[in-house]
Design a binder for this molecule. Structure first.
Ligand SMILES: [Zn+2]
Length: 146
């Protein structure tokens, strides 16, 4: 299943990124804003650092500050045109059109990773996993039980 996985993809839409590098590079503020699905200027205004790690981003996703939670609450029902899917573990990423059934993922990982390696949900939160996201991802959502 892992051979020739790029054939047949439409050309020219994906973000061009160096694939050869190993190791996790920090995210730029712009990438973080994309991942958080907020405008870049909002990220800047609220003091998101120019670079942050995937772990810091995941922490923001998990424990959004008030402004971020507010921004998300305000745009309920609005769907972004594009979403960037970025593996929390290996940083593989792609840009995809979100499907109707996708919830807002707290993080995504390639489907072949062992998700038990991920940091668990916060106390009292329940984790749901969604297979078949994008070309190779599994989406993870942590929700707070009422
Ligand atoms: Zn991965």
């Amino acid at each position: 299943m892992e051979s020739n996985d790029y054939t047949g993809r439409p050309a020219g839409t994906g973000a061009r990124s160096p694939r050869g590098g190993s190791g996790r590079r920090p995210l730029s503020r712009r990438e973080a804003a994309q991942a958080l699905d907020i405008p870049l200027e909002m990220a800047t205004r609220h003091g998101l650092p120019a670079r942050l790690s995937a772990a810091e981003l995941a922490e923001l996703e998990r424990n959004p500050p008030a402004w971020l939670a507010q921004s998300r609450a305000n745009r309920t029902g609005k769907r972004p045109v594009w979403v960037e899917l970025r593996c929390y573990i290996c940083d593989f990423h792609e840009t995809a059109r979100p499907k109707k059934w996708w919830p807002e993922f707290d993080l995504v990982v390639c489907e072949f990773h062992d998700t038990s390696a991920l940091p668990g949900p916060a106390a009292g939160w329940r984790r749901s996993e969604f297979d078949g996201v994008g070309s190779r991802f599994r989406g993870i959502v942590d929700t707070l039980d009422p």
